[in-house]
Design a binder for this molecule. Structure first.
Ligand SMILES: [Zn+2]
Length: 237
């Protein structure tokens, strides 16, 4: 058994912890879906600690282990109870399961698109994760050197245009670029952080399901930035 598998023993212990009492409003929302499950049993803070520990493990000794993939496939085939939800960039260098220490099937509920933005489809996915799957944590994860954010900066600074659906895809990031323009420091990196902050704010104001879950303490939302060079995730919002 490798070091990653050893550490998973700790995660299994955590996954068996006492169940999380969900807010009445959120449970009512969840009952609208036939697939409502028991959830992972983790609190929002426990889930965030697990992600931070996983990222420290990845930075210190990056490896992935697939030894128990078949077992996990069998365990999760009948249902899922992911303990964290990610809104992450589609960038091929930012795979959430790997950068958080080699997570496996059934652990993370993930929305990915270029620029880690939240449209109606993403919002519905996040609401499903919170209300039905009872995932206690939502992480909006930007990253250094983001091409989608750089494109939004080019729209603002150079009046750049992009073909097809790429332009409309970048539009939600443009307000962050406008806000970050002129700030001290790197324009693109400042926009990465501003885009994350705005997405976090949007999640708590765009609809009642997540807002009520946050108010009840059943769900926590944080914003973070992944550094492509160091592998470290900085939770800053
Ligand atoms: Zn990106």
């Amino acid at each position: 058994m490798c070091r990653t598998c050893d550490s998973r023993l700790d995660r299994r212990t955590l996954l068996g912890a006492a169940g999380l009492a969900m807010a009445a409003g959120l449970s009512a929302a969840g009952k609208a879906f036939a697939a409502e499950g028991p959830g992972s049993g983790l609190t929002p803070d426990q889930a965030l600690d697990k992600l931070k520990q996983g990222n420290r493990r990845y930075v210190a000794d990056a490896q992935s282990c697939v030894m128990d993939m078949a077992r996990r496939r069998n365990e999760t085939a009948g249902g899922q109870a992911p303990w964290a939800t990610l809104v992450s960039c589609a960038d091929s260098r930012v795979p959430p399961e790997l950068i958080f220490g080699g997570l496996t099937l059934g652990e993370l509920f993930v929305v990915r698109n270029a620029g880690n933005t939240v449209d109606t489809t993403a919002m519905g996915t996040l609401e499903y994760g919170a209300a039905v799957l009872k995932s206690p944590l939502i992480v909006v994860l930007g990253h250094s050197g983001c091409g989608a954010v750089a494109a939004a900066c080019d729209v603002v600074a150079k009046n750049a245009t992009f073909p097809g659906a790429i332009g409309p895809m970048i539009e939600p990031i443009v307000p962050a670029a406008l806000a970050a323009r002129g700030r001290q420091g790197d324009f693109i990196d400042n926009t990465v952080r501003e885009n994350v902050r705005r997405t976090v704010a949007k999640l708590t104001s765009a609809g009642p399901i997540i807002a009520e879950a946050v108010k009840a303490g059943a769900v926590k939302i944080v914003g973070a930035r992944y550094d492509l060079a160091t592998g470290a995730v900085d939770v800053f919002a």
